[in-house]
Design a protein around this ligand. Sequence first.
Ligand code: RNT
Ligand code: ZN
Length: 430
Amino acid sequence: MDKLNEQAIQMAYDLAKARYAALGVDTERALATLSSISLSLHCWQGDDVSGFETSGEALSGGIAATGNYPGKARNPSELRADLDQAYRLIPGSHRLNLHAIYAETGGKKVSRDQLQPEHFSAWVDWARANHHGLDFNPTLFSHPMAASGFTLSSYDPGVRRFWIDHCVACRKIGAYFGQQLGTPAVTNIWIPDGYKDTPADRLAPRALLKESLDQVLAEPIDPRLNLDAVEGKLFGLGAESYTVGSHEFYLAYTAARNAAGSRLLLCLDSGHFHPTETIADKLSAVMLTLPELLLHVSRGVRWDSDHVVIYNDDLLAITQEIVRGNYLSRIHIGLDYFDASINRVAAWVMGARNTLHALLAALLEPVEKLRVAEKTGDFTTRLALLEEAKGMPSGAVWDYYCLQKGVPVGLSFLDPIKQYEAKILAQRAI
Ligand code: RNT
Ligand code: ZN
C-alpha cells in the first residue's frame, strides 16, 4: 500500500466520520467494539470437510462440498499454513473451530470414542502461538457407525453408546482447549440423524436423542473451560422428510436445561431453516429466555448449500439484530460453509471479512434515533433513517479499519492469495 492510498483512505474516513457524527454515530466507538469481536473460523472450509483420519471415509451425513478447485490442504501442517494465510488478511484477532476428524494421531488409528486431548496438542500449540481461541465439534458423520443415518438417536444401543462416548470425549477435549488457552471452547453437537421418507414414528428417535444428550451432558464442566452447544436443522440430503434434531427439539431442550441450572447453548445455523426463513428474527425471541447462543453464519442457495457468506441483506439483518439487542457478549459467532469451487483461502477470507464488515455496518446504525422514532410512533422518520443508513459510507470506515489493523484494504486482499496459490497451492497434487 503506497502513501497516497493511505492518505486517501484516511481522508475518506475523516469525511465518513463527520457524516456519521451528524447522525449521532461515533465511528471510533464502533471500531473499538468491532476490534473486540472474535469470529470462529471453521477449519473444514480448508479441506472440504475431509479431516485427517487414517481410514478417510467419504463425507456423509447429508452435507456436501461441491467443486474440485486445486490445492486443498492434505495434512494438518498444510491446513494450518492455509489458515495462517487467511488470518493475515482478516482484521482483528479470531478463533478456530475444529472438528474431531482433525485429530492428529501420528498415523495410528484411534477410534473416535477414544480421542484424547493429546491428539489435539499440535493445534493447541499453534493456537497459543498465534493467539487463537479454539472451539470444537464432535464428528457424528463420515463414519461406519453413522452409516445407517442414525447416531445419538439410533435404535441400536451399541451405536448410541459409541457416539455418546465420542461426545463425552469431545467435551473433555474442549475443556482442555479452554484450560490451555484461557478462553472457553464452545463444543457444538450436530447430528445428521433423519429419514429420507415419511417416518411412522417421529417420537421414538427424539426420545432416544434426549436420553443420549442427557448422558453426554451429565458431567458438569466449568463454563470457563468449555461451553456446550446443540445445533438443529430442518433437513439434510437423504434426510428430507424427518430430522430428529430439529430446531424445536433443541430450543425446548436448551430452555429446559438452562432452566434447570445447567448452561447449554442453542446453535442457530442460518442455512438450516426453510429457504425464506431467516434467523435474524429468532435472536430476540430466544435471547429473552436463553443466556447464550452460538451462530453458524452460512448461506443457503435454494437449499442448505453452504455457500460462502456474502455481504447481503440476510447477513446485515443478523448483525443488526446482534448489535441492536446488545448481544455481542452473549452470542458466539462462527462461520459454517464449504465451497470447493473457488480458492479455499479466499473463501475463508471473504466470508470473515464480509461478516466483520456487516457487523461494522450494524455498529454504525443510528440506533438511538431509530428507537426514538419507533417509540414515538414516527414510522416515517424510522423508514427515512433506515434508508439513509444504507447509503452511508460504511465502506470508508471499513477500509480505515483494515488499514489500522495492518491487513490489505479493498480488493488488494486478493494479491497475497494469488501469490500463495501460485507458490504453495499449485504445488499440491490433488
Ligand atoms: C451441518 C451443520 C454442521 C456442519 C459442520 C461441519 O448441516 O451445519 O454445523 O456444517 O459440523
Ligand atoms: Zn452448522
